[in-house]
Write a protein that binds this ligand. Structure first.
Ligand SMILES: O=P(O)(O)OC[C@H]1O[C@H](O)[C@H](O)[C@@H](O)[C@@H]1O
Ligand SMILES: [Fe+2]
Length: 197
């Protein structure tokens, strides 16, 4: 049974999410493995090398609860980005704009340490730090991507309008203007050499 049928979107329901690892015993997660992110990391050689050995690490997983795609409904769940790097670039989600660009989103960090990378179509961008107990507001119009800069899973709980939709196209073709890499033991933002390609 899929998540949409499991839950009563008309009369209400509850669902568990672990405070530390973010996982649910009831809902089923959607998983994204490294092989599904080809071209998204700056270092293609490091990316290919990681997959050569036959190992395809789980980079992140999240819950699609099956909220009705209507303006009055709310999509919510946890998103878990695992620790790791491709070359010196930290593991991250694909990131997306909302199809209805004018819809925001809230993320509350349950555990781990990382950043939310925000970028508007006009190129305004920022990094919002995420650590347990901090909530991040993703304003309407901004693409958003979670980046794990720690050694433990970065776990967030998110809520957004049910009809917002995901637009991956722009990020998949152009990328973000900046990446977050480890330099001298520190996480720093650097310009993305592949941007706009
Ligand atoms: O959609 P991605 O960029 O692959 O990230 C995965 C997921 O992360 C977050 O938790 C969002 O709220 C989800 O809507 C999203 O689908
Ligand atoms: Fe979103």
């Amino acid at each position: 049974m899929g998540n949409a049928e499991k839950f009563d979107w008309v009369r209400g329901f509850t669902c568990d999410f672990d405070l530390v690892n973010g996982l649910s015993k009831t809902a089923e997660s959607t998983k994204r493995y490294l092989s599904q992110m080809k071209g998204m990391y700056a270092d293609d050689a490091a990316f290919d090398k990681m997959l050569e050995g036959g190992d395809d690490p789980l980079v992140y997983e999240f819950y699609e609860m099956g909220a009705p795609e209507l303006p009055g409904d709310l999509a919510f769940g946890t998103s878990i980005t695992y620790p790791g790097k491709v070359g010196d670039e930290y593991f991250m989600t694909k990131g997306h704009f909302h199809t209805i660009l004018d819809t925001g989103e809230v993320y509350y960090c349950l555990s781990g340490h990382g950043y939310m990378l925000l970028e508007s179509p006009e190129g305004d961008w920022s990094l919002q730090e995420m650590k347990a107990g901090e909530a991040v507001y993703v304003p309407k119009r901004y693409a958003h991507r979670s980046i794990n800069i720690g050694d433990t899973p970065l776990v967030t709980f998110f809520v957004f309008r049910g009809d917002a939709g995901h637009d991956y196209g722009t990020i998949e073709t152009k990328g973000y203007r900046n990446l977050v890499v480890e330099k001298g033991g520190k996480a720093v933002a650097v310009p993305n050499p592949k941007w706009g390609e």
